[in-house]
Design a protein around this ligand. Structure first.
Ligand SMILES: Cc1ncc(COP(=O)(O)O)c(C=O)c1O
Length: 410
């Protein structure tokens, strides 16, 4: 190791991006592979959308000029979108089934006659990042850097919180989730918060619904988050909000120590553009703005995200299919006696080999992942189980068939 590099970084395992992230295989043979390991939407953008984006790139975007460093237009559009999810009751209560996603058009003049309450989200409540990954890093810098704090996560959960914290030398306190339903062990979390004072926990990270386990926060968990003192920032990552239709954005005005993260990488089909956003108290978003690099988001990405919001009825129209495919996938996988499959509030499914299959469940998971990879399906082995993205109907059928073959031959 080069002597000037921090020693703790030598021990850090980096996040392995797909495809072939571990083996270093090139990406070109991807079309033959079902990439069900990173929870993207299986569908490309509609052709018309791409054409319009390409036209805008050619005609309007000045590539020799820096992008809008304040993301003004995008923040306005995001604020309007967020307000829809908190002012339209049908979108906010109890989630939606597969039948309908009644997203109203994004009018320049507001929400088509709906009067916004005083608590409505404005552009000042929004900060935009190069993916929500960048916002996670800014949050860590804002709260914990330089020995001022540690973070608390509930495992299994999104690995980047811990990985980014470690790159910044920030300690990570981990509590476990309950084996049967992946709810956070709240009592253990309370104990850890009380015991870890050197440095104290300054940020608690939760995902709603969680990745990889796909469960939404329960009422008890939300109540616990509500009781956390104002010196602790609560980060609620709603990366999969469009699938769960279950948000806590309507409660932000009660909690200046809460921040919600969302992304355009999943339901909005813009993973390649790297756009995420945070919704929070203006003082917090102003701090995140100080921390980020001045031109963190290319003009092309900003334009793509604005287009996506303007055309969201079109883009989000694939969600009902994903939700019904999810139900079919869960039903098919549940047929296998050896598998335990959990319900899902997101666009992925989590499963494990049932207890009693020997001590080597993890080896079994690794083998299944490897065999699926050889068959042409990439999935993620994480958190002591397997996470499978809901893909297109054809991809899902192949997943079911390939898993069937693995169990037939075992
Ligand atoms: C829970 C969660 N948060 C954040 C992200 C990262 O999103 P982005 O692509 O916006 O960086 C992911 C990506 O998989 C995720 O699962």
């Amino acid at each position: 190791m080069l002597p000037f590099i921090r020693k703790d970084l030598a021990e850090l395992t980096a996040y392995t991006p797909h495809p072939g992230g571990t083996s270093g295989e090139p990406a070109h043979s991807e079309s033959a592979i079902d990439r069900l390991d990173t929870n993207e939407c299986p569908y490309e953008l509609p052709e018309e959308f791409k054409k319009k984006l390409a036209w805008t790139y050619q005609q309007l975007i000045e590539t020799n000029r820096y992008p809008d460093g304040g993301h003004a237009a995008l923040k306005e559009a995001i604020a309007q979108y967020v307000n829809e999810s908190i002012t339209i009751p049908a979108l906010n209560k109890g989630g939606l089934g597969a039948e309908s996603i009644p997203v109203p058009p994004l009018n320049k003049g507001g929400l088509g006659g709906v009067t916004l309450p005083k608590t409505a989200i404005t552009a000042d409540n929004i900060s935009v990042g190069n993916g929500s990954d960048e916002l996670i890093r800014s949050i860590l810098i804002a709260t914990c850097l330089g020995g001022s704090g540690s973070i608390l996560v509930a495992n299994p959960t999104f690995s980047m919180y811990g990985i980014i914290a470690q790159t910044l030398g920030i300690p990570v306190v981990s509590v476990q989730r309950k084996e049967e339903n992946f709810e956070i062990d709240i009592e253990a979390a309370k104990r850890d918060l009380a015991q870890n004072q050197n440095p104290p926990v300054r940020a608690v990270f939760v995902v709603h619904p969680n990745s990889p386990t796909a469960n939404a926060l329960t009422i008890d968990e939300i109540e616990w988050l509500s009781t956390l003192p104002e010196e602790i920032l609560v980060v609620i990552d709603e990366a999969y909000f469009e699938f769960s239709q279950n948000t806590l954005a309507d409660q932000l005005h009660h909690h200046p120590n809460w921040i919600i993260l969302r992304t355009f990488s999943k339901a909005f089909r813009l993973a390649s553009m790297r756009v995420g956003y945070a919704i929070a108290h203006p003082e917090l978003t102003a701090t995140l703005e100080k921390i980020r690099l001045p031109y963190n988001l290319p003009s092309f990405s900003q334009t793509a995200a604005e287009f996506a919001l303007a055309q969201r009825q079109l883009l989000l129209a694939t969600i009902p299919e994903t939700l019904s495919e999810r139900a079919k996938l869960i039903a098919a996988l549940t047929q296998h006696q050896k598998l335990q499959v959990w319900p899902s509030a997101a666009n992925f499914v989590y499963l494990r080999l049932k207890a009693g299959e020997g001590e080597s469940a993890e080896q079994g998971h690794q083998q299944i992942m490897q065999q699926l990879k050889e068959g042409g399906t990439l999935i993620r082995h994480t958190g002591g189980g397997l996470r499978i993205t809901v893909g297109s109907p054809e991809e899902n059928q192949r997943t079911v068939d390939r898993i069937g073959e693995i169990f037939d031959n075992s």
